[in-house]
Design a binder for this molecule. Structure first.
Ligand SMILES: NC(=O)c1ccc[n+]([C@@H]2O[C@H](COP(=O)([O-])OP(=O)(O)OC[C@H]3O[C@@H](n4cnc5c(N)ncnc54)[C@H](O)[C@@H]3O)[C@@H](O)[C@H]2O)c1
Ligand SMILES: [Zn+2]
Length: 338
């Protein structure tokens, strides 16, 4: 195991360690005062990780990110006599991370937790930044806290067992990082380990200047305005990272129509098309309905009532898009290009 980087935080700095051998994760789980919460599918694939009697298995479904599940989990922690010296270990993708982070942030007013991200999306992106989330009513991620983990352990071997869809979904956030940095010409699926490490380093550099999402961190929402809306309009048939690819292609087309200096415009679009095609995702025209998507975008928690989205000119910016006919055209073109 070696230290990859340390994320600065106003709450407490936290290390990200690169783990070559899964046994090093087992050692953490089996230490005293530790309770492991693991994704059900990961538990089936890696049974050694849930041998400890206090291990809790959670179905990795959006319906697990609820106050009801947070309450259930808290009850189990109370039953296990968890206290301020207890450390939780969350093993799974973004769903387990969001739920366990939320519970860790409120149980006894905050207890330690280790993140062991097992999806490419969580390893390359979501494991850092300290956002915890719960869905409520019909609103995704509407409840949550900023509560970074105590440490993060990345074992890249987990990626080998992902489905093609979940694997390519993870590439969605890496694709977004390449657009934001104006380096789409370097994008390649060949070296996933380097892409995870580069993605984390870039995100860490943004967190260092804006941990709490007040300014620059909002650039990382590139592709998420219409990405989130497409997740909703497709009733979550489009996984998060693939929705980010589609949303990034829409944002890129909007920037081009606004005559921004979009570097590698054609390459950004052709790479996005390839990733979506490789994933096998079949898009439905109804998911791209302009009026429905605009309604969803307006009800987003980050919405100001206007269409404000991250766009890249010579550098990333938050832009208020006033001409909605451009948006309508971009949506149609992206749908028809795939
Ligand atoms: N907190 C943040 O900053 C942040 C950022 C982005 C996304 N998110 C949230 O993350 C969630 C999406 O997370 P995700 O894409 O990591 O996926 P996920 O947690 O939904 O997992 C995707 C699928 O992969 C399976 N899986 C996980 N690890 C596996 C492995 N090693 N081998 C085989 N299967 C495995 C899971 O069981 C699940 O079926 C969403 O709820 C989203 O809102 C949070
Ligand atoms: Zn995302």
């Amino acid at each position: 195991m070696h230290n990859l980087l340390t994320i600065p935080s106003k709450l407490s700095n936290y290390p990200v360690d690169w783990v070559e051998n899964i046994d090093e994760i087992k050692q953490q789980i089996n230490s005293d005062n530790t309770i492991t919460i693991i994704d059900k599918n990961v538990a089936m694939l890696y049974p050694d990780l849930c041998e400890h009697p206090s291990c809790i298995i959670i179905p990795a479904e959006e319906s697990s990110k609820t106050l009801k599940m947070a309450g259930k989990l808290s009850k189990v922690l109370i039953k296990s006599k968890a206290n301020t010296r207890t450390k939780l270990v969350a093993i799974g993708g973004g769903i387990v991370q969001d739920l366990v982070g939320f519970v860790a942030s409120i149980y006894c007013r905050g207890i330690d937790y280790t993140l062991v991200p097992t999806t490419l999306l969580a390893q390359a992106d979501s494991c850092i930044g300290g956002k915890t989330s719960i869905n409520h009513g019909d609103r995704k991620n509407i409840l949550g806290t900023f509560y970074p983990p105590t440490n993060i352990l990345i074992y890249p071997g987990f990626i080998d067992t992902l489905t093609t869809t979940d694997y390519l979904s993870g590439w969605g956030e890496i694709y977004k990082f390449h657009i934001l940095q104006g380096k789409m010409s370097e994008f390649s699926l060949d070296d996933v380990d380097s892409c995870i490490q580069d993605g984390l380093k870039y995100k860490a550099s943004i967190l260092a200047i804006d941990e709490f999402d007040k300014g620059e961190r909002r650039w990382l929402n590139y592709g998420h305005t219409f990405g989130h809306a497409l997740e909703t309009s497709s009733d979550h048939k489009i996984p998060h990272g693939l929705a980010v690819i589609l949303g990034s292609m829409i944002a890129t087309r909007i920037a081009h129509k606004l005559e921004y200096k979009v570097k590698d415009y054609d390459l950004i679009l052709s790479t996005g098309i390839n990733l979506i095609k490789q994933s096998g995702l079949k898009l439905k025209k109804s998911w791209f309905d302009f009026n429905e998507l605009m309604e969803i975008v307006k009800s987003d928690k980050k919405s100001t009532g206007e269409l404000t989205m991250a766009l890249v000119d010579s550098k990333p910016n938050l832009v208020n898009v006033k001409d909605l006919s451009i948006v309508k055209e971009a949506l149609k073109e992206v749908y028809e290009s795939i």
